[in-house]
Design a protein. Structure first.
Length: 569
């Protein structure tokens, strides 16, 4: 079942892919660190029987530390090194943005043109969003990963391209909000940008990224994994947690630009160097400057997401970053632009928090530079944390899911999923407040408790606070549960759900999935994991269907099939 805790020719060709890394004087703000201090942060995985991570520290694009910990493949594969290949998930998005911006600077596409110009299948409503709005996650496009989960098809397989997603979006014929009015992270934006690149360039998205980025920058071991037949012996195997130890994750191909980049620590150093020596633009047209331009909403407000990059802060210093996650992989590329220091952390075990590890490495290199001390957290019993877990609702932002991080239970961390963005390490700081520790934006989660949590307020710098109401479970009589049983269909997604009444209560069956409990909530709502179902009724009170909201998709309509026109008493 879906859970949103969940995450790319000749002699001249060879020469370009083997250019040396740029030589730049080290920024004086960062001091040397003994490699053993970094090694200690990864000692848990620095074993011959464990997946692990490759780590790089760069000053203005020049590697000053490059290490590997653990194995690329179990049980007896090679050790991980700075030349090992990793899938980096959404860290890929900055490379997609750069590819789009290069085409725009060459006059081959227009950033302010509606996407329907390039993808006419979308139709006038969904296709009205512009490429620029998609780059900055302000399009209102539903997240295709959430749509796949609604179809019981998660993670989706798009080996034959994005046509199924285009069809689903056109079938919905609606957006989550008016384009340009909000920021909401949606993988659909970058999936479709990759398809726009493919059609404009006349070759696959991966081939265009190779032409536009990897060759000019000498990134000879980077590519987008968009062909399931491609052999990639340098790619490490990704691992998921299992009852008997790590198990290999499935390897999925990506046709678009929302993920799928395979890269190495050494290649990321070349990429990092381009942010100080823009080799992708010209003297008056800078790809880097466009990538770092903050998004701006239709009302003139700017926010801290640029083009494939979060513009955040950590311990008082400005950061430019983007984490990533694929089945079996975690990644983080964290840049401190004022100090010209970058940390890359690539891991092939899903349970390793690469964003946290990258910041721990930065703590070593910038310990005398940070204007703020580390966040002081307080202990909180797991039983109290469990009382905070649940589903919360904001009238505009939609549902928010709060879960206890089982891997960190005793340390009191929560996983908070809202508005298409996850805060995977929110830790208690006292007074019912939790703070995101290792995310680009310093978000605080404030619980209002009165005999248990009744609401949550999200607070972050420069934005109005957002208040969420807790949705409490309710007990319905047996007759009411019986009346909900039946088949419900979404014409737009071409999928049917079955709701059944069983001894333990209601369960929902999605295609190809095990039965999952369906919990009645107050206000004619039901919870299915992190899906929120709101019942629709006719004038007589009979249930005619429901709409589904998730952290990335809203208002997906399911109509009740004629077989059961019962009334909820």
């Amino acid at each position: 079942m879906y859970c949103s805790r969940r995450f790319l020719a000749g002699v001249l060709f060879v020469l370009l892919w083997n250019v040396p890394l740029p030589t730049v004087a080290a920024a004086p703000a960062a001091k040397p660190v003994a490699p053993a201090a970094v090694d200690a942060l990864f000692s848990t995985w620095n074993r011959a029987d464990s997946p692990g991570c490759a780590v790089g520290v760069m000053r203005a694009g020049r590697l000053v530390l490059a290490r590997g910990y653990g194995r690329a493949r179990l049980p007896d594969g090679p050790p991980l090194t700075p030349r090992s290949g990793f899938l980096v998930g959404s860290t890929s998005k900055q490379f997609t943005a750069a590819t789009v911006l290069r085409l725009a600077l060459d006059g081959k596409l227009a950033l302010d043109a509606p996407v329907v110009r390039y993808l006419p299948e979308l139709g006038p409503v969904v296709g009205a969003v512009t490429l620029r709005q998609m780059l900055h996650h302000q399009s209102g496009l539903p997240d295709y990963l959430g749509l796949a989960a609604l179809r019981g098809d998660y993670p989706p397989r798009l080996d034959d391209g994005v046509a199924p997603v285009l069809g689903q979006l056109a079938g919905l014929g609606r957006l989550n909000f008016p384009p340009g009015s909000q920021f909401a992270y949606s993988n659909t934006n970058y999936l479709l940008l990759g398809e726009v690149v493919r059609r404009v360039a006349g070759q696959s998205f991966g081939q265009e990224a190779e032409r536009a980025l990897f060759r000019p920058l000498g990134m000879g071991h980077s590519f987008f994994y968009d062909d399931p037949q491609r052999k990639a012996p340098e790619l490490a195997t990704g691992y998921l947690p299992g009852p008997d130890g790590p198990r290999a994750a499935p390897l999925l191909a990506y046709p678009g630009g929302d993920g799928g980049l395979v890269t190495t620590i050494e290649d990321l150093a070349r990429w990092d160097g381009n942010f100080y020596h823009d080799r992708l633009g010209s003297h008056d047209r800078s790809v880097v400057a466009e990538m770092l331009r903050p998004g701006e909403l239709s009302d003139g407000r700017s926010y801290d997401f640029a083009a494939g990059l979060f513009l955040g802060r950590y311990r008082g210093l400005a950061t430019v970053s983007h984490p990533g996650s694929e089945p079996g992989f975690r990644a983080e590329l964290l840049r401190f632009p004022e100090q010209k220091l970058t940390v890359a952390c690539l891991c092939n075990l899903l349970t390793i928090n690469a964003a946290e590890q990258a910041r721990r490495v930065a703590d070593l290199y910038l310990k005398d530079v940070f204007p703020e001390p580390p966040v002081q957290t307080s202990a909180m019993p797991k039983a109290e944390l469990d009382q905070l877990a649940g589903l919360y609702l904001h009238p505009e932002l939609g549902p928010m899911q709060v879960e206890v991080d089982d891997a960190k239970g005793a340390n009191g961390r929560l996983v908070v999923l809202v508005h298409g963005v996850g805060l995977p390490a929110a830790a208690p700081v006292g007074g019912g407040r939790f703070r995101s520790l290792f995310t680009p934006l310093p978000v605080e989660v404030v619980f209002t408790a009165n005999g248990g949590a009744r609401g949550v307020r999200l607070e972050w710098p420069g934005e109005p606070a957002a208040d969420f109401e807790r949705l409490e479970p309710v007990t319905l009589p047996a007759s009411a549960l019986d009346a909900l049983a039946g088949t419900y269909e979404s014409t737009a997604l071409d999928v049917s759900w079955r709701i059944e009444r069983r001894k333990e209560g209601l369960v929902a069956l999605l295609p190809g999935q095990d039965a999952e409990p369906l919990t009645p909530l107050a206000g004619d709502r039901l919870r299915l994991e992190d899906f929120l179902l709101t019942l629709d009724r006719d004038g007589d009170g009979a249930v005619t269907g429901f709409t589904v909201d998730t952290v990335g998709d809203r208002g997906i309509r399911f109509a009740r099939a004629p077989e059961a026109a019962a009334r909820l008493q």
